[in-house]
Design a protein around this ligand. Structure first.
Ligand code: GLA
Length: 395
């Protein structure tokens, strides 16, 4: 099972690797992965999401260099890339380095003069699990490169810049959620984000509620085709509604009544995708209210409804994720469970009563193995802080 970000940070491993590799003492930055409690595929429709940052993350160690080169070493891939600072490729190559280099590209586009540097990356966010390993790499890199450039930028701008790096440089059409929560997460809190205005509020997760993340081991990828297909379907439906109500700039502006009135003009798949987004926005706003009011029963019911909508209307689930959610729903202590993240595999998020969490985890693992023949990974997570510098003195 992967180690938690705190361990990576405490044992000084990444700093040592950087020193060994580059012969220079680095400054270090940590950015978390995330789990989304509710609000799926709503971000690029200008709607609501409610993620939490988790205690898996990426550490970035950075030091300046004098030889005009840029070198990025990934400890996870045991591989490095080197470029002359003035000969950076201007687009990604479908390689892990697209994410850090994309951030450098976006910083330069934004007018930040980043001097030549050495960068070491190491992360413990499971890759392909729908927990935003890429956003954690981007945001950790942005913090590191801003520091080496002696520049500063508001967190919201860093989130937007990292999204741009992923959209344009890495050619992956994600929304703003993952980068935003990597920048703005808070310990023991979920964050309700309005993805259009980027206004947000933090809602405390009660102490007796555990965040249990269950990895189906079916790989998820935003760069894969299905995510883009869903986005295109949502845009197709939005355009149809806009013909009738020009003020519908994004699907966020549409109501269930709009869909009732004009949905018959849409192909069935498009209608169902739109129905997911429109109802998901309502569920997500209600879920934030429920969490704040301590109404966990309501929160759990909303998560269950969100999973069904994601499965049936959005068709972004898979048999394994449905099985993981069904099995969780039969276990004592469960508050709410659903497939989290971009879909088509990855992890389920489970809110579980603390007293029953150990037994829940053990039984869920056993039941899933029995039902699917797949050995899952189950992570006991804690809602964590957004990106920050890591003390250089810690060993
Ligand atoms: C991925 C994307 C996010 C968001 C989710 C689905 O994680 O990176 O922007 O669209 O999928 O909610």
């Amino acid at each position: 099972m992967p180690e938690k970000a705190e361990n990576l940070q405490a044992d000084g491993l990444v700093r040592e690797i950087h020193e060994r590799h580059f012969g220079a003492g680095p400054k270090m930055f940590l950015a978390p992965g995330r789990v989304n409690l509710i609000g799926e595929h709503t971000d690029y429709a200008g709607g609501f999401v409610m993620p939490a940052a988790i205690d898996f993350g990426t550490l970035a160690a950075v030091s300046p260099r004098q030889d005009g080169q840029i070198e990025v070493w990934s400890e996870n891939f045991a591989e490095g890339v080197t470029y002359a600072a003035d000969a950076l490729p201007n687009r990604g190559k479908r390689h892990w380095s697209d994410y850090p280099l994309g951030v450098l590209w976006a910083l330069r586009e934004a007018g930040v003069d980043v001097p030549p540097f050495s960068l070491t990356l190491q992360g413990d966010v499971p890759v392909g699990a729908g927990l935003s390993s890429s956003a954690s790499v981007e945001v950790a890199t942005a913090f590191a490169l801003l520091d080496v450039a002696g520049a500063s930028m508001a967190r919201v701008e860093i989130a937007k810049l990292c999204q741009r790096a992923e959209n344009v440089y890495a050619d992956s059409s994600c929304g703003i959620m993952d980068q935003f929560i990597a920048c703005h997460g808070a310990e023991d809190h979920a964050l309700l984000l309005d993805c259009r205005s980027l206004e947000f509020r933090l809602a405390p997760i009660p102490r007796h509620v555990k965040l249990v993340i269950a990895n189906t081991m079916v790989r998820h990828s935003v760069a894969g085709g299905e995510y883009g297909t869903r986005r295109a379907e949502v845009e197709e439906g939005t355009a149809i509604l806009r013909r009738h109500r020009p003020e519908i700039a994004l699907l966020r502006d549409a109501t269930p009544e709009d869909l009732e009135e004009w949905g018959s003009e849409m192909p069935d798949n498009v209608l169902r995708r739109c129905r997911h987004i429109i109802t998901e926005n309502l569920r997500t706003a209600a879920a934030a209210d429920a969490l704040e009011a301590g109404n966990l029963k309501k929160l759990g019911d909303l998560m269950a409804a969100a999973h069904m909508s994601y499965r049936d209307d959005f068709e972004a689930s898979c048999v394994e994720a449905d099985t993981m959610v069904d099995l969780a729903q039969r276990l004592p202590g469960l508050i709410g469970a659903r497939l989290t993240g971009g879909g088509f595999g990855g992890c389920t998020v489970n809110l579980v009563e603390e007293e029953q969490a150990a037994e829940f985890t053990a039984r869920l693992g056993q039941d899933y193995r029995r039902a699917t023949g797949i050995e899952p990974e189950i992570y006991d997570c804690r809602a964590s802080a957004g990106a920050h510098a890591v003390e250089n003195s810690r060993r």
